[in-house]
Design a protein around this ligand. Structure first.
Ligand code: BGC
Length: 359
């Protein structure tokens, strides 16, 4: 009897080993399955970025044309058969049917402008676009204050052009490049962007966007609302939440009338910080409130970077913010002065290099 015991133990051991091997195999299979599935999702996200926008058409080759202005009211009444006859177009719907929702945004693979150009064949010179099949609800100028951030701009163009096309906007992209090496002035560059864009086309809405911020959901529409809009409401940099209630930095939008009613933006915030708080104060002083998308739809990613040279925190910002109401009528779009150094109508954007002086 005593001699049967080791055989039983061996059998148990053998079975246990088999079970362990089976469990390992199962574990590996499940891991491989989910890994392959994630690759698949990734691939379809990239597809989302690039393909669906292709269904709409190009705009003319000149940056601005009177002929390009759509007579909105007349077109709103157009019938489908008129559309087919090419006489006039219907208004685009309130919600674009081309939207896809959440997007994967990554910055680990560099993009080339050639690639962006090829995948956005319907974007016209100067970064202009409007839908071919319907009349966009708004004419939107996107203003990007800029200096020496070409790598970031490539990502911005790569992600935003397909998104803006899916949003069925009539839009133009203006990169306002501060000439020279003087201290940076974001808000003054935004004012220049407004003034220069207005010379090109009858824009009714303005998006003011940092070059390093990319929306993670195309339902965050880059258009204007009945109140000034803050679009970058949940940035990864701030743990996907607002850093404070009055925060108005990153990406915002304003109708022409809203912008003019606050005399545009301050011209005297040199260096980092405070100008967005001043803009918030201007809006609040005129009784306006801030409209925002939900935290989910308003998610966005910032391209990590070191602080730019010549953009140190502005020590005067606290004092200036405290006096917005006293200064805003004197300092703004009405008192803006600058010199255009060059204007380039590039394939994906209009680059305007400007001398905005120094403090
Ligand atoms: C600055 C703003 C900045 C915000 C978030 C504030 O202290 O005044 O300009 O956008 O911090 O970084």
């Amino acid at each position: 009897m005593a001699s049967a015991e080791p055989t039983v133990n061996f059998n148990v051991l053998h079975r246990t080993c088999k079970l362990v091997v089976l469990l390992c195999f199962l574990h590996i299979s499940v891991t491989v399955f989910f890994y392959v599935r994630s690759l698949d999702i990734r691939f379809s996200f990239v597809q989302n970025q690039q393909t669906r926008a292709g269904i709409t058409g190009p705009i003319g080759t000149t940056g601005s044309t009177e002929a390009a202005k759509p007579p909105l009211e007349a077109k709103a009444a157009a019938e489908p058969d008129e559309l087919a006859a090419g006489k006039s177009l219907k208004k685009c719907p309130q919600t674009s049917p081309l939207l896809v929702g959440p997007l994967r945004v990554e910055f680990n693979i560099p993009v080339s402008l050639d690639e962006v150009e090829k995948t956005n064949p319907n974007v016209g010179p100067g970064g202009r676009y409007k839908p071919k099949d319907c009349v966009a609800l708004q004419k939107v100028a996107i203003i990007i204050p800029f200096r020496k951030r070409d790598e970031h701009l490539k990502f911005w163009l790569y992600y935003l052009h397909p998104i803006l096309q899916r949003q069925q906007l009539d839009y133009g992209v203006y990169v306002i490049n501060q000439d020279g090496d003087e201290i940076f002035n974001r808000a003054k560059l935004l004012n220049v962007g407004y003034a220069e864009a207005m010379k090109e086309y009858d824009y009714d809405c303005f998006i003011f966007s940092d070059v390093d911020l990319i929306p993670m959901d195309d339902r965050n529409i880059y258009k204007c609302f009945s109140q000034p809009r803050h679009l970058s409401v949940s940035m990864d940099k701030f743990g996907f939440r607002l850093p404070y209630n009055q925060y108005f930095g990153g990406v915002s939008s304003m109708m022409k009338g809203q912008y003019l009613s606050i005399n545009g933006f301050p011209n005297n915030y040199w260096g980092w910080g405070g100008e967005d708080d001043d803009i918030y104060n201007r809006l609040a002083s005129k009784g306006m409130t801030i409209s925002r998308p939900s935290g989910d739809v308003g998610k966005c990613r910032m391209i990590r970077h070191e602080r730019d040279k010549q953009n140190e925190p502005n020590p005067q910002r606290f004092d200036r913010i405290a006096h917005t109401r006293d200064t805003m009528n004197k300092d703004g779009i009405k008192s803006l002065s600058y010199k255009v150094v060059s204007k380039e109508r590039l394939a994906l954007y209009t680059k305007i290099t400007v001398d905005i002086g120094k403090p």
